[in-house]
Design a protein around this ligand. Structure first.
Ligand code: PLP
Length: 454
């Protein structure tokens, strides 16, 4: 039974407070309050140890594309654990799972992005991408081009390298000097600095993109080799760039010979109604990183996919490239990823997000405009955000930032809807199998939470 006795829940909470160091948590506050303990999940719903049901408007951490509890993925894991519970892909070895998966990923990515290196998390995939970019510049005889252009509000993960290029300050500021020399340019956040500058979205998109030139100037000649960016910034508040932004970034990267890493950890595997966010914006990155939706979060796995420029440097190095993880291309995770891709394809889930449930979700989300304090509503596919403000006309943010977002999120959780608050922006990213009726339920619960909290 997945409903635990009150005593058992209390026992687990006490153990958790005593021994479990949680990611991204105020440990003391968490210990005082007691963790919410989840024991079961199916489709788009979760249940906690006390039997309360939650509609998961976040698909976990933006990852459970195919919904919870899919037998196809369970079977693939069980079968592979029996047949080949572990073997590595080091030292001239492979197995059918990693090999097939690398080929399947290459089919889905933009043309030329054909060379796949596996890891275990999004952070590791970005670490790998940053290392491969350095490898490339060294091989080209320009080892000084180690500086990276990144963006304010970016989230690329928590390894020393991924945190260095992230743009949420505590992520790098809490841990001493960043290990990657990084210049952070403004985010393409029209509802923030765009409005403050009195610019139209298109004007602002160009202005934000052209910050690359300022970064190049600030770093000095021959320093910047790489730019890393999420096609849509997720954890930074779901920032969807104006149409003019990506073409200009792409043009400037080409003009200044800067490698472009697209971090597709959130925007990949159908989230926007395209296999990758790069396809939505017609970006041609040199390297793409992916995780989350690759396995729908059932097991940890990520990939760094290289185009010919970087891949040729690695393939023609004439020496062993000293990088890789014990679990790179793990047979069980690769088998689960293959089963996940099969479900996504067989059920036409990417097309469903593009043509059916995505547009329905976007339409319903916009019925929340006009509620008190609802400023901008933005989204694409099954990504949605509601930014709360003190006043909408003229737009004035809350001070202090974030308290209202948290209050609304807490009301939502209490009523059985999981959504996320980034400052005063509420974020939704539900599983692709969400039904029309479940979207209606989600929007009704979000409406109730906004009315109660704001
Ligand atoms: N990149 C992006 C865009 C992310 O949103 C995340 C995690 O949320 C990461 C990288 C890091 O992934 P992981 O938590 O698997 O290391």
């Amino acid at each position: 039974d997945t409903v635990l006795t009150p005593q058992e829940t209390a026992r687990l909470r006490a153990l958790d407070a005593r021994h479990h160091m949680h990611p991204f948590s105020d440990q003391a506050a968490l210990a005082a309050q007691g963790a919410r303990i989840f024991t079961r999940a199916k489709g788009c719903y979760l249940w906690d140890s006390e039997g309360r049901r939650y509609l998961d408007g976040m698909a976990g951490l933006w990852c459970v594309q195919v919904g919870y509890g899919r037998e196809e993925l369970v079977e693939a894991a069980a079968r592979t654990m029996r047949d080949l519970s572990y073997y590595n892909t080091f030292f001239q070895c492979s197995h059918p799972y990693a090999t097939e998966l690398a080929a399947r990923i290459a089919e889905k990515t933009p043309k030329g992005l054909d060379y796949v290196m596996f890891a275990g998390s999004g952070s590791e995939a970005n670490d790998t991408a940053l290392k491969m970019a350095r490898f490339y510049w060294t091989a080209r005889g320009e080892p000084n081009r180690q500086w990276v252009v990144a963006r304010v509000r970016a989230y690329h993960g928590v390894t020393l390298a991924a945190a260095s290029v992230s743009g949420l300050e505590p992520m790098y500021a809490q841990f001493g000097n960043p290990v990657i020399p990084t210049l952070r340019m403004m985010a393409p956040y029209w509802y923030g600095p765009g409005i403050e500058g009195g610019m139209s979205p298109d004007e602002f998109g160009l202005t934000a993109a052209r910050q690359i030139e300022k970064a190049i100037e600030a770093a000095g000649p021959g320093k910047i080799g790489t730019m890393i960016a999420e096609p849509i910034q997720g954890a930074g508040g779901l920032l969807i760039p104006p149409d003019t932004y990506w073409p200009e970034v792409q043009r400037l990267c080409a003009e200044h010979d800067i490698l472009l890493i697209a971090d597709e950890v959130v925007s990949g595997f159908g989230r926007t109604g395209h296999w990758f966010g790069s396809q939505l914006f017609d970006i041609q990155p040199d390297i793409m990183t992916m995780a989350k939706g690759l396995t729908s979060g059932y097991v940890p796995m990520s990939a760094t996919v290289m185009g010919p420029k970087v891949a040729d440097a690695v393939r023609n190095a004439g020496t062993e490239v000293a990088h890789g993880y014990t679990y790179s291309g793990h047979p069980v995770t690769a088998a689960v990823a293959l089963a996940n891709l099969e479900v996504i394809e067989r059920e036409g889930l990417v097309e469903r997000v593009r043509d059916d449930i995505g547009p329905y979700f976007q339409e319903q989300l916009r019925t929340l405009s006009g509620l008190p304090h609802v400023g901008e509503i933005r989204g694409v596919g099954l990504l949605g955000a509601i930014e709360l403000v003190r006043e909408t006309e003229p737009r004035r943010f809350f001070d202090p930032l974030g308290r209202m977002g948290l209050a609304v999120r807490n009301h939502a959780t209490a009523n059985g809807l999981i959504m996320r608050a980034v400052g005063d922006t509420l974020i939704l990213s539900p599983p692709f199998v969400i039904s029309h009726a479940e979207v209606d339920e989600l929007i009704a619960l979000a409406r109730k939470a906004i009315l109660a909290g704001a």
